[in-house]
Design a protein around this ligand. Structure first.
Ligand SMILES: [Zn+2]
Ligand SMILES: [Zn+2]
Length: 337
């Protein structure tokens, strides 16, 4: 089968790999859709760890091809979504009920062969049935949607909140959808990319700000009588937006650091502001205990149009170039055409 291997260099290498037959507790999946995550780009740029040689792609879905003898949650032909993490169960975070912070975790697409190949062999406990009516591309968004759900859980959006999202990429839009379902009264999205601002409006969010040419703080002040936003979500992974998040939030408000800033990035934040306004700042990483809930809620999230570009596996370099240029929202690899 064809696969795109990360060998430590900044471009993926197309190669042939043998299909790995499933063990007793494993499922062989014919991959239909695997979407590119910002983390994949960071891996190629050397800013995020992965273990070469490995097939990248941790957001994927496909059809069950064969199952091991003990597998009981799916059968050949089923459309399934994969939650790509495997936790050790033995480290301190695992034993305190925070497995996503596991010190010895494995993940398909990071240190186990992931979705940018024609067939993947995964453990049955990472395989989830996809609700009827959803296609494989939406199913592939299960992981990123779970990360967004965990973030929204952590920051605790409440009925009536004004929520500001800094960064209107795919994650920003999914965060907006979830905040809306949690009862946010108003959602303001800040996004410097003009094409993306159009897409955000098309998704039903008219309050879109161009932070390079508009005064976002003045806009939030005007909407809140100068009080600030109830919740600010940093979803761009940048020092400027990290600092801005703390400046835009109201007294008693909550800030979520969701975007992946490169390690070592520093931001200028005024501690007195966090103290005097009793601001709660939380981070969120990965998607603990969300994939089941994500499969339940996905049909209501209307995410279909988030996938804007599709490429066959042979053109994966082109797909990453498009992602690098910030084109579209989600770029999907179709390993089996
Ligand atoms: Zn990701
Ligand atoms: Zn662990």
């Amino acid at each position: 089968m064809k696969a795109a291997i990360f060998d430590g260099s900044p471009t993926l290498r197309l190669t042939d790999l043998p299909i790995q037959e499933p063990g007793p507790d494993e499922v062989l999946i014919r991959i239909d859709s695997a979407t590119i995550c910002g983390t994949d780009q960071h891996i190629l740029e050397g800013k995020f760890w992965a273990k070469p040689p490995v097939v990248l792609g941790h957001e994927f879905a496909g059809y069950v091809e064969r199952v091991g003898e003990r597998v009981r949650n799916c059968e050949p032909g089923d459309l399934v979504s994969v939650e790509p993490h495997v936790y050790c169960g033995c480290c301190k975070p695992c034993r305190l009920g925070k497995p996503h912070l596991c010190l010895d975790r494995l993940a398909w697409g990071i240190n186990l062969n992931g979705g940018f190949e024609q067939y993947a062999t995964v453990r049955m406990d990472t395989v989830y049935q996809v609700p009827e009516g959803l296609g494989p591309e939406e199913a592939a968004l299960g992981e990123i949607t779970g990360c967004c759900m965990h973030g929204i859980d952590r920051v605790g959006v409440e009925l009536g909140d004004l929520v500001v999202i800094l960064g209107g990429g795919a994650a920003g839009l999914i965060l907006a959808r979830l905040a809306e379902l949690r009862g946010a009264a108003r959602i303001v999205i800040s996004e410097p990319n003009a094409a993306r601002r159009e897409q955000i409006r098309a998704f039903g969010y008219p309050d879109v700000v161009d932070p390079l040419n508009e005064d976002l703080a003045a806009r939030i002040d005007a909407l809140t009588d100068g009080l600030g936003a109830d919740v600010v979500i940093e979803a761009a992974g940048r020092a400027e937006t990290a600092a801005q998040a703390v400046e835009l939030v109201c007294h008693g408000g909550r800030v979520l650091f969701f975007g992946v800033a490169a390690p070592g990035t520093m931001a200028a934040i005024e501690p007195n502001r966090i103290f005097a306004r009793e601001i709660t700042v939380v981070g969120s990483i990965r998607n603990p205990y969300t994939h089941h809930r994500v499969m339940e809620i996905l049909p209501r999230l209307r995410l279909k149009d988030i996938v804007t570009h599709r490429f066959p596996l042979e053109n994966i370099a082109e797909a990453f170039d498009a992602a690098h240029r910030g084109e579209g929202l989600k770029i999907c690899i179709k390993p089996n055409g």
